[in-house]
Design a protein around this ligand. Structure first.
Ligand SMILES: Cc1cc2nc3c(=O)[nH]c(=O)nc-3n(C[C@H](O)[C@H](O)[C@H](O)COP(=O)(O)OP(=O)(O)OC[C@H]3O[C@@H](n4cnc5c(N)ncnc54)[C@H](O)[C@@H]3O)c2cc1C
Length: 488
């Protein structure tokens, strides 16, 4: 008898997957998909607000997603940091700026919620001794709060674990479990060590699974040639959450507006290869040495125009005076910082020459074409003080557009790159995912880059991270039933 029992056990073991569900918890109150800024914020705020059993499932072997490798700029207003620096600002002005960047296509209620919840979340970090190390302006008012993201993400992880949250890495979620009659989302199917498993959540599921910069098929489907653009987002950002929710009837927003960011030096590998120098004087030309865009336009608008140029190539063209202005005003970082400050080139991807023709030859672009373009630009600025071709405005505060006349001259080849896909699941201001009729899908929330509607036609600098932190917080409070009783 004993022998038969042993044999049965051995057979059972042999045909079982390596990891079985036996002994492994599969019932939770809340399941969060993705361990980036949105997911980990959601976990901490949910635990602090009384939700007991929380599971964060992370696809990659490591946590952090795009959040941990990001530049850490967070768009916020009414913060202690602004007050400390006597910055005059208001939610209305901050919202107006986001609307202008998003060409009025953003959802007002999401902007309002993001600004309010973002401020509360920054205060929460402040109470936990996490503060921005820099406050600066993209254009105009200082609203960009810059954080050390690896430190912040590891703080969130530590805090979540200390409150009993479970974070399981290497566990991609592949499907949402939905009750056929009530339509309530009650759990997920995920994979662990090659085996499918189920986990259930009494309150529901929060999708914080980020964007789809690593899914060329999805990128192609939204248009604009984005599948051919370099991406800096980490592996694993393939739009899984977006597709799982669409499968159960979720609606989407802003997918048609997804754009790359501008500008990166060729073959970019981190955000340090990004420059906003063109806001301080350089003109942008294409492979034919023609201008084709307003250099003071939102950086995502510019990126989109570049992707439609021949070979999607573009170049910054400027002189030594503009180089100094960029060094003074642009808060430059990364490999080009030294060049902007001192003019030192060494091995940097910067071409120089004593005339426009010479710099064009060195950069392997058409010398005659570039000379014509620069001459026409200078002539307009000198004669009428304006750019009648593309209506560029001065963003340096100098009051007029700079001429390109002081040698040495410079050319830097630059390219758009994808930092993220800022369109996705349609949510309401409680971070609940909406279906095609505009009704919330019960038991399903979403936060961060998996969502759409907040940014409209273009995400402003610092708004994607603001979205992740704010709606991570809101989803947690909503799941905890704390939103109507006032936010904690
Ligand atoms: C280089 C770079 C610089 C950036 N700089 C800035 C900046 O300065 N300011 C700004 O506002 N924005 C910036 N962004 C964009 C911003 O970082 C992101 O939009 C934001 O961090 C998204 O946060 P998230 O939590 O929604 O997603 P993420 O941080 O990407 O986290 C999503 C997580 O979900 C996991 N996941 C995906 N699918 C599954 C699945 N099926 N199952 C389980 N887990 C899954 C992923 O592995 C990932 O860990 C930058 C992006 C990059 C790439």
């Amino acid at each position: 008898m004993r022998r038969r029992h042993l044999l049965e056990s051995a057979l059972l073991l042999a045909f079982s997957p390596l990891y079985s569900n036996a002994g492994e918890q599969d019932k939770f109150q809340l399941i969060i998909v993705g361990a980036g800024a949105a997911g980990l914020t959601c976990a901490c705020i949910a635990a602090e607000n009384g939700i007991k059993d929380i599971l964060v499932l992370e696809k990659n072997p490591v946590i952090g997603g795009s959040s941990i490798i990001s530049r850490g700029t967070w768009y916020a207003t009414g913060t202690k940091e602004q007050k400390k620096q006597h910055v005059e600002d208001s939610d209305q002005d901050a919202a107006l700026y986001l609307k202008s960047e998003g060409l009025g296509k953003n959802e007002d209620s999401l902007i309002r919620t993001m600004l309010e919840a973002g401020r509360e979340q920054i205060n929460w970090f402040e109470k936990n001794n996490i503060r921005p190390h820099l406050l600066f302006a993209e254009k105009g008012v200082k609203r960009i709060h810059q954080f050390n993201m690896p430190a912040l993400i590891f703080f969130l992880r530590k805090k979540a674990l200390s409150m009993g949250v479970k974070i399981w890495t290497g566990c991609p979620v592949k499907e949402l479990i939905q009750d056929k009659t009530t339509k309530r989302v009650s759990g997920v199917i995920y994979t662990k060590a090659g085996a499918d498993k189920k986990a259930y959540a009494s309150l529901g599921v929060v999708l914080c699974s980020g964007g789809f910069s690593r899914n060329k098929v999805l990128l192609e489907s939204v248009g604009h040639g984005l599948q051919n653009v370099a991406t800096l987002a980490p592996q694993g950002l393939t739009g899984d959450g977006l597709q799982m929710a669409i499968k159960i009837g979720a609606d989407t927003a802003d997918l048609a507006h997804i754009k790359a960011s501008y500008a990166f030096t060729d073959n970019p590998s981190t955000y340090n290869d990004m420059t906003f120098a063109y806001y301080y004087g350089p003109i942008i030309v294409n492979n034919d040495c023609s201008r084709f865009v307003n250099e003071s336009a939102p950086y995502k608008e510019i990126a989109q125009k570049v992707t439609h140029q021949r070979e999607a190539k573009s170049y910054l063209v400027f002189d030594s005076e503009i180089r100094k202005t960029v060094g003074r005003l642009s808060n430059a970082s990364g490999p080009l910082k030294e060049f902007w400050l001192t003019g030192k080139i060494d091995t940097l991807p910067v071409f120089t020459g004593h005339s426009i023709e010479e710099v064009a030859q060195n950069a392997h672009i058409d010398p005659v074409g570039l000379k014509d373009t620069v001459s026409m630009y200078n002539e307009n600025i000198a004669k009428i003080g304006k750019d009648p071709d593309f209506y560029r405005t001065d963003l340096t505060g100098q009051g007029s557009l700079a001429l390109i006349t002081h040698p040495p001259f410079y050319v830097i080849p630059v390219t758009p790159a994808l930092l993220g896909t800022y369109g996705g699941l349609k949510i309401n201001s409680e971070a609940r995912v909406l279906d095609l009729t505009g009704k919330p899908i019960p038991g399903l929330w979403a936060a961060g880059e998996v969502t759409g509607g907040l940014h409209g036609a273009a995400a402003a600098m610092g708004a994607p991270l603001a979205s992740a932190f704010s709606f991570g917080r809101i989803a947690a409070l909503s799941a905890a039933g704390k939103l109507t009783k006032g936010k904690s």
